[in-house]
Design a protein around this ligand. Structure first.
Ligand code: SF4
Length: 685
């Protein structure tokens, strides 16, 4: 028996925990601690513990599949490539769209971005950051000039006050939750605001339960109270920011005194006062937020408000402070960094900037040029175009994403994907989306590849090959390179190894310029920006100056707006959606993990006991939940953890898919959908 341990990075959340995969006779069969990781120090959460179980499932995709007469038949790689090449060559560039993936490596994302813009020459590329943190990228870029988590995970433990807003950290980023506990043990005050009393609420010194969609009102109210009490950091505001007068004009309005904020949010005035005082008076206060802030039609406004309060209190560019946007997927930060977005190349170099466009055209050397220097469609807009403008988009290439379960208003998504003439899906399982494809390509998971991913704290970490891919499955970037060669561009994709791909990334990306595999092959890895090979990386952003050309942070005057849908007589409850500790997003991996599936085999809807009583519903009863977009049957969980008038559903489960109900109303800037608030009714069956 041959036994080995391969150190790698967890494929689930953006925390980026390191562990060892146990490999017996060439097959992954367990997870063991790796103690030298500074972030997780040998610990992992339940998802990490069982992150090996899906790897060798018998339903892994092992051969290319081509749909004939409505049924998949096995094909050779050459047959699949030839069909895809012939079909994609028949379309005009902007008739094609590409979805990249926050689950795959930086190398895979870079390869697909280059394929989209260089081979297909389309402007339309996006990925699931659109559904989680597109508002962070847009909001923080407007406020600070750079749209990423400002401080590091280790730094959270240094904070003197942590305000956790719209993030159930203990379930979604459990090993970051551990840093909250460490901060608390060091004397920090923990303030938690969320519509649900979650595992995170249990750790809080102050828990504020609020109505989903009232974030801007709460933050404006807190800023008014801080200014009235003279607790703002006057020196920071004067020396490091601009447009404070515009902010003050709005937040000092009577609408944002705590009496009114309390009516909007449901939070008692005394709690708001206490939170403001703790937050403003602490030596270093950090905000941790996640999708409770971002997944709204006001997502960018919410993020700008978070930035506003941190600039007002001088909590940026120093240890224990910052705007800590906790990214969801393991590599959603990296997929954004790699330019898998409709407006930027790698490192946020703008597609519409003639200099950046020329730089990539020259570096790549496609003899017939690259995509036009114009922004493309976001994934949410692609779905609307498919249903509303028939024939404008005709083909789509999806790598490792599952919009048939992850996107809002699934009936609409199904109509959209079925309107395509040609759909290619590259994945490790036959997901709900892959089932709609014309061609399915078998790809590799994290345990079968060398590569990098970039965690929520901008730390670039290694994946290492632990076992061979199953059957004929191939590395994602390799599939793209071979297809590109078939389409006439062998030289542009002549990489031999993942390291070759990374070296090209570092060459064209200033923030990754000083990185290479030798430097990343260390437990502490590197945080970007890392501009030179001598640079130590940057765990804390904005020390001394912000990333705008003038070095100043910008205040934005933001008015509170209600969600796009508010409860009415027909749909009297607010539905908010999220995740649980046992499962990950659309469940394609965790629901195929025996232990995780046994813990939580299906979904549920949380209902407050008073609402349940009024509806004559008991705990465990299967109920009918309906929104303006659809109806599902789902088990009821009657619990005081959810406030009256609000309901909660996890979105992992296809058999009771929360996203049948959710609203695809979009933030006007980030085009992120309002997953966190739609109106529903619930009835007995
Ligand atoms: Fe994996 Fe996140 Fe759990 Fe760490 S906290 S083991 S990265 S799922």
């Amino acid at each position: 028996m041959e036994l080995k341990y391969v150190q790698t990075t967890c494929p689930y959340c953006g925390t980026g925990c390191t562990f060892n995969l146990v490999v017996k006779d060439g097959k992954v069969c367990g997870v063991q601690p790796y103690h030298r990781s500074p972030v997780n120090e040998g610990k992992v959460c339940p998802k990490g513990t069982y992150a090996w179980e899906f790897v060798n499932r018998e339903d892994r995709l092992t051969t290319p599949l081509i749909k004939k007469d409505g049924k998949f038949v096995e094909a050779t790689w050459d047959e699949a490539y030839d069909l895809i090449a012939q079909k994609l060559k028949s379309y005009k560039p902007d008739e094609m769209a590409v979805l990249s993936s926050a689950r795959t490596s930086n190398e895979d994302n870079y390869a697909l971005m280059k394929f989209a813009r260089g081979v297909l020459k389309t402007r339309h590329i996006d990925h699931c950051a659109r559904l989680c943190h597109a508002s962070t990228v847009a909001g923080l870029a407007a406020s600070f000039g750079s749209g990423a988590m400002t401080n590091s995970i280790l730094d959270i433990a240094e904070s003197k006050c942590l305000f956790v807003l719209g993030s159930n950290t203990f379930e979604q980023h459990p090993l970051i939750g551990r840093k909250i506990v460490q901060a608390k043990m060091n004397g920090a005050k923990i303030i938690y605001a969320d519509p649900r009393y979650t595992a995170t609420a249990k750790q809080a010194d102050l828990y504020m339960q609020f109505r989903s969609g009232s974030d801007v009102a709460i933050l404006n109210g807190m800023m008014q109270y801080i200014i009235k009490n003279g607790w703002e950091d006057k020196e920071f505001v004067e020396k490091r920011t601009k447009d404070y007068d515009k902010l003050k004009e709005v937040v000092m309005k009577p609408e944002y005194d705590f009496e009114n904020v309390s009516k909007i949010s449901g939070i008692p005035v005394e709690q708001l006062q206490q939170a403001s005082e703790w937050f403003a008076k602490a030596e270093a206060s950090a905000i941790l937020y996640s999708m409770g802030i971002t997944q709204h039609t006001t997502g960018v406004d919410n993020v700008k408000s978070v930035a506003n309060i941190q600039m007002l209190t001088g909590n940026l560019g120093k240890a224990g402070a910052g705007v800590n946007a906790l990214r969801g997927q393991n590599n959603v930060q990296g997929a954004c960094d790699m330019g898998a977005l409709p407006v930027v190349f790698t490192g946020y170099q703008k597609v519409i900037d003639p200099a950046a466009h020329k730089k990539f055209a020259d570096a790549w050397g496609f003899p017939d040029g690259i995509c036009e220097p114009k922004n493309g469609y976001e994934v949410t807009v692609m779905m609307d175009v498919l249903t509303d403008k028939p024939g404008e988009l005709k083909a789509m290439y999806i790598m490792g994403e599952n919009p048939m379960l992850s996107d809002p208003d699934l009936t609409h998504v199904e109509h959209a994907l079925k309107a395509l003439e040609f759909l290619v899906v590259q994945d490790i399982f036959l997901t709900e989306t892959a089932q709609l494809a014309d061609v399915v390509l078998p790809a590799t998971c994290y345990a079968e590849k060398d590569g990098t991913q970039t965690s929520t704290e901008r730390r670039v970490q290694m994946w290492r090959t632990a076992q061979a891919p199953p059957g004929q499955a191939k590395l994602d970037w390799k599939i793209i390179a071979e297809l590109s060669a078939k389409m006439g561009y062998p030289e542009q994709f002549s990489w031999k190894t993942s390291e070759d791909v990374f070296n090209e990334i570092a060459e064209v990306t200033p923030s990754y310029h000083g990185m290479n595999y030798a430097r990343l092959n260390k437990p502490e890895a590197l945080h970007w920006p890392c501009p030179t090979t001598e640079h130590p990386g940057t765990p804390i952003l904005h020390i001394g100056k912000f990333s705008h050309p003038d070095g100043l942070g910008v205040f934005h005057a933001i008015e509170w707006k209600p969600p796009a849908e508010v409860p009415d007589e027909e749909y009297p409850f607010i539905l908010t959606t999220g995740r649980c500790i046992w499962h990950w997003h659309t469940g394609s991996m965790t629901r195929r993990s025996k232990h995780l599936d046994e813990e939580v085999p299906t979904g549920w809807i949380e209902i407050n006991p008073e609402d349940a009583k009024a509806l004559d519903i008991v705990d465990g009863e299967i109920v009918k939940a309906t929104s303006r977009r659809g109806t599902i049957n789902v088990p009821a969980k009657v619990t005081k953890d959810i406030m009256k008038g609000v309901m909660f559903m996890p979105f992992h489960f296809a058999e009771c898919a929360a996203n049948v109900l959710t609203n695809n109303a979009l933030d006007p800037i980030a085009k992120i959908p309002e997953f966190k608030a739609c109106s529903v009714k619930v009835e007995k069956i």
